[in-house]
Ligand binder design. Structure first.
Ligand code: CAA
Ligand code: NAD
Length: 292
């Protein structure tokens, strides 16, 4: 199957990045959001990112030509001619299932549905559609324009040609696909999430301050970001949703939300995207660590 046109659901951190890399790779892209203002926010991020790449000379064409392939809309009917639709809406199983139910009759019969979920069972999501064999997980990493990995998730129902098409599609985006199966958290989050949650528990137990734990993991292990910087970057709301799904699946403490994470989310402090989390981003270039 050949992919010409890509649909993206959600224009937040991940959806905007997926739309950007798809358009950069030459695909026509339609992005669907609930409100116009979210499209504008996402497209502003794309603009900034494309400008950076253009300044570095890493684009093979002008940002304007890439942007010309991108369309934002609040009308799902515009997904009717997409060959693949990648969903990157909020990490909530009911919201995602509702979304898939609503587009199943709009999309062509052979359109591939892909989810960018971090933790939810791909099999559970495909059960909301009549195309179990044409449903996969395509798990991108944040920030999408820079991170090379895509986990390509196969379920017991996935057709071979769909899986092969998805692998080829990830390569066309300039990504490195890894094959994985529909097990909660796939490869990366299975290993990464307990580490991030352990950092919060270490802080709660007084092992170190937020900047000291961050620096320890950066300078001691060579990680590009310390765990609190990364948590704020991923989004504490998203991380909190992920803990629900992973704990429900494994029933192990290492996947459970530490109390502090819950409180930050209850307070509406979701990290970078709301300006406050483990750090305060009033000046985004000089984040100030919290001392709870
Ligand atoms: N688009 C284009 N360029 C960008 C950019 C973007 N979105 N973001 C940053 N850049 C550029 C910067 O301008 C900078 O350019 P210069 O070298 O010319 O200054 C360059 O990229 C490097 O950026 P920074 O200097 O700001 O920071 P850095 O060296 O730390 O690199 C990073 C940034 C690649 C994001 C790096 O910090 C990193 O790899 N962090 C870890 C990210 C990570 O672990 N992601 C996975 C999260 S988990 C997940 O995604 C799964 C899930 O389900 C939750
Ligand atoms: P986000 O909060 O930045 O963006 C989600 C967007 O989806 C919002 O703009 C919201 O308006 C939109 N949305 C919600 N319901 C919608 C609907 N019914 N129709 C259209 N748009 C809708 O979240 P995000 O970080 O981009 O995460 C999106 C998905 O990607 C989640 O499943 C998350 O687990 C996954 N993911 C996130 C990361 C990360 O680091 N943040 C990494 C990999 C995967």
């Amino acid at each position: 199957m050949t992919i010409h046109k890509v649909g993206v659901l959600g224009c937040g951190l991940m959806g905007s990045g997926i739309a950007q890399v798809s358009a950069t790779a030459g695909f026509k892209v339609t992005v669907v959001e609930v409100e116009q203002k979210f499209i504008e926010k996402g497209f502003a991020g794309i603009e900034k990112s494309l400008t950076k790449f253009a300044e570095k000379g890493t684009l093979t064409e002008k940002p304007d030509s890439i942007r010309a392939r991108l369309k934002g809309t609040t009308n799902k009917q515009e997904l009717a001619d997409c060959d693949i639709i990648i969903e990157a809406i909020v990490e909530n199983v009911e919201e995602k299932k509702k979304m898939y139910e609503s587009i199943d009759g709009i999309a062509k019969k052979d359109t591939i549905f892909a989810t960018n979920t971090s933790s939810i069972s791909v099999t559970e999501l495909l059960s909301a559609t009549n195309r179990p064999d044409r449903f996969i997980g395509l798990h991108f990493f944040n920030p999408v324009p820079l991170m090379k990995l895509v986990e390509v998730v196969r379920t017991i129902a996935t057709a071979n040609d769909v899986y092969d098409t998805a692998i080829e599609f990830a390569k066309k985006l300039g990504k490195v696909p890894v094959r994985t199966s529909d097990r909660t958290g796939f490869i990366v989050n299975r290993l990464l999430v307990p580490y991030l949650l352990d950092a919060i528990r270490a802080y709660e137990e007084g092992v170190g301050s937020i900047p000291d734990i961050d620096n320890a993991m950066k300078l001691g292990c060579g990680y590009p970001m310390g765990p609190f910087t990364l948590l704020d970057f991923v989004g504490l709301d998203t991380t909190y949703y992920i803990t629900h799904v992973m704990y429900d699946e494994f029933k192990e403490r290492r996947f459970a939300s530490p109390p502090l994470l819950k409180r930050l989310v209850l307070a509406g402090w979701y990290g970078r995207k709301t300006g406050k989390g483990f750090y305060d981003y009033a000046d985004p270039n000089k984040p100030v660590p919290a001392n709870f």
